[in-house]
Design a binder for this molecule. Structure first.
Ligand code: HEC
Ligand code: HEC
Length: 203
């Protein structure tokens, strides 16, 4: 199945594959994610989402908070795209390449989440991420059905603790962080993540 549903120009994909050489060092050759590098699975994420995040990292909208350990590893990578004449095209090309990769469903690494409790919390998430967890481009909400669970936990904490999504330029993040506030504690986050994992294979 696809998460992104896009078709891409071949030239873009060739250029994107070359550029992806840098990314593979942390995200893995197939975009499967490498937990030790704190790099999540990104394979098959829609190009619009990948591109939006690369631009946020580049612009310092994401990944600049001193407590954002993962973000501070990722942000400098976007600074390689520093040629103003090719930057946007290169972000688009590498995003198209990431989107073209077969989605991966990383092994769960968290334990102790209760999917039944999580289902109740997830009712709030459906409006944007969908009952199937496939996201909604019009709302800038990415697919999360495939998300690396340890990474999802970090992101929910980051949104809740003001580490992601609070930059005044981050209009998409501004719709997400209040949702993370509804998850009372780490247990509630693990519960909702465990529920999201049950959506795998249903789409
Ligand atoms: C030095 C290791 C490293 C390299 C190289 C790297 N990344 Fe990352 N990347 C990370 C880490 C760590 C995160 C998690 C950031 C966080 O926790 O917020 C991340 C996050 C991301 C995200 C956000 C995923 C999401 O679901 O929001 C995208 C997209 C991404 N990287 C794409 C790329 C691309 C494309 C490249 C190559 C141009 C690249 N990365 C190179 C380490 C790296
Ligand atoms: C009002 C719409 C909306 C609702 C409701 C919502 N989200 Fe989000 N979510 C978003 C948007 C938009 C983003 C991307 C924001 C950004 O660019 O940082 C996002 C991002 C995320 C991410 C990070 C994905 C990644 O790859 O880094 C996770 C995890 C997440 N949401 C989980 C949830 C959960 C769990 C709920 C329910 C408790 C929820 N969301 C409710 C809009 C929403």
């Amino acid at each position: 199945m696809g998460l992104s549903g896009g078709a891409f120009a071949e030239g873009d994909l060739e250029r994107g594959e070359k550029l992806y050489g840098l990314c593979s060092q942390c995200h893995g050759v197939e975009g499967e994610g490498v937990p030790l590098s704190l790099a999540p699975s990104i394979a098959g994420l829609p190009a619009w989402y990948v591109e939006s995040q690369l631009k946020k990292f580049y612009g310092g909208i994401r990944g600049r908070h001193p407590d954002d350990i993962g973000g501070m590893r990722m942000r400098p990578m976007t600074l390689y795209f520093n040629r103003p004449d090719t930057r946007d095209a290169d972000f688009a090309a590498v995003s198209a390449y990431v989107a073209s990769l077969e989605p991966k469903y990383p092994e769960p690494l968290l334990s102790g989440g209760d999917p039944e409790k999580g289902q109740a919390s997830y009712s709030l998430c459906i409006a944007c991420h969908g009952a199937d967890g496939l996201g909604n481009e019009a709302l800038q909400a990415p697919p999360i059905v495939q998300i690396s669970d340890w990474y999802a936990l970090t992101q929910l904490k980051n949104y809740k603790n003001g580490i992601r999504g609070r930059d005044p330029r981050d209009s998409a993040g501004a719709t997400m962080w209040p949702m993370a506030m509804t998850l009372e504690d780490e247990q509630a986050m693990k519960d909702v993540i465990a529920y999201i994992e049950t959506l795998r294979g249903s789409n």
